[in-house]
Design a protein around this ligand. Structure first.
Ligand code: PBG
Length: 327
């Protein structure tokens, strides 16, 4: 008697209380990390047109958003700086008074012990050419020359108080270079959330506007090819060997299979980044009345959790936290 009519899966879907009892996947505010952009010198928050509802913050509004994140019980914030001037080597990234390091200090003082302050560790927001590293004389991204800048940047961010640094530039050896520098400077407890698996994706499109990127061309010589899955495991293994504490997969939606494979492969926490273009697609469809925005948000985030992500970076973190606490 192992089939219909005795067996009826619909019994376990018959009421909201029953569905809640048997739900396999949880989604909680503590699992969400809010990425935030802070623009140097801004007096008013500036709307990012391709990401409705997301702003380039002023220092002041960033502090308010951090306070709100604490109130909502989010897991953390991931900070990005938008400097007012850029140069070939991204000097603003290592300057203690550079906008990102200033924003880290602001956020840490606002967050206290209640929220983790994380910072993106990459040069693309700070370079005039928009690449994630410095260029050699032939115009290629110079891996090893970039590592020493990342190391300095990591120490600058940890000195500003960042609890977690997130190397996202896909340079070989970046995690090891940053770990060595952090340890030498006494930052033994600063966590490295490695963007271990990062694909060259069309879905980063709106992010380029978010950070006023001047990039021409693409990042295919350092970010991964979407055709490759085994390579993702290799990247994860290398980052763990170099001392990564948490590994991230990015983007999330077109790479849910990769999130699952990484989850099954490692024993460290796995993060996933629900990126700008994934956000923009849902917002655009919802604005047209084509989908139910709130349901689409929760379904998207649940799918990323179900795929195996422990934590999710998402621009919807505050909205989702509201939805989760008031449902
Ligand atoms: C690099 C970085 C990027 C994103 C996060 N960190 C851009 C890129 O690699 O092209 C994209 C995030 C998003 O699209 O939401 N600093």
């Amino acid at each position: 008697m192992a089939g219909f009519p005795e067996v009826r899966p619909r019994r376990l879907r018959s009421s909201a209380a029953m569905r809640r009892l048997v739900a396999e996947t949880t989604l909680e505010p503590r699992q969400l990390i809010l990425p935030m952009f802070i623009r140097e010198g801004a007096r008013e928050p500036i709307a990012i047109s391709s990401m409705p509802g997301v702003y380039q913050h002023t220092r002041d509004t960033a502090r308010k958003a951090v306070a709100e994140a604490v109130q909502l019980g989010l897991g953390g914030v991931m900070l990005f700086g938008v400097p007012s001037s850029k140069d070939e080597i991204g000097s603003g990234a290592v300057d203690p008074d550079g906008i990102l390091n200033v924003a880290i200090r602001d956020a840490v003082s606002e967050a206290g012990d209640d929220l983790l302050v994380m910072s993106d560790l990459c040069l693309d927001e700070f370079t005039s050419h928009g690449h994630c590293g410095v260029l050699d004389s032939s115009g290629r991204v110079d891996n090893d020359a970039t590592l020493s800048i990342y190391a300095e940047m990591g120490v600058a961010q940890a000195s500003a108080g960042a609890h977690v640094v997130g190397p996202s530039g896909m340079m070989d050896g970046q995690v090891g270079a940053i770990r060595t520098a952090l340890d030498a400077a006494g930052f033994l407890d600063t966590v490295i959330l490695a963007y271990a698996v990062k694909y060259a994706s069309a879905f980063y499109g709106p992010f380029r506007e978010a950070v006023d990127s001047s990039l021409k061309g693409d990042r295919k010589t350092y970010q991964q090819d979407g055709a490759n899955a085994r390579e993702a495991i290799r990247e994860v293994d290398l980052d763990l060997a170099e001392g990564a504490d948490i590994v991230m997969v990015k983007p999330a939606l077109a790479y849910l299979d990769i999130i699952r494979q990484v989850r099954d492969h490692v024993n460290v926490p796995v993060a996933a980044y629900n990126i700008s273009g994934e956000y923009a697609m849902v917002e655009a469809a919802a604005a047209n009345g084509w989908i139910d925005r709130e349901r689409a948000i929760l379904e998207t985030l649940t799918s990323i959790r179900r795929a195996g992500a422990d934590t999710i970076l998402t621009y919807w973190a505050p909205d989702a936290a509201h939805l989760l606490t008031h449902r």
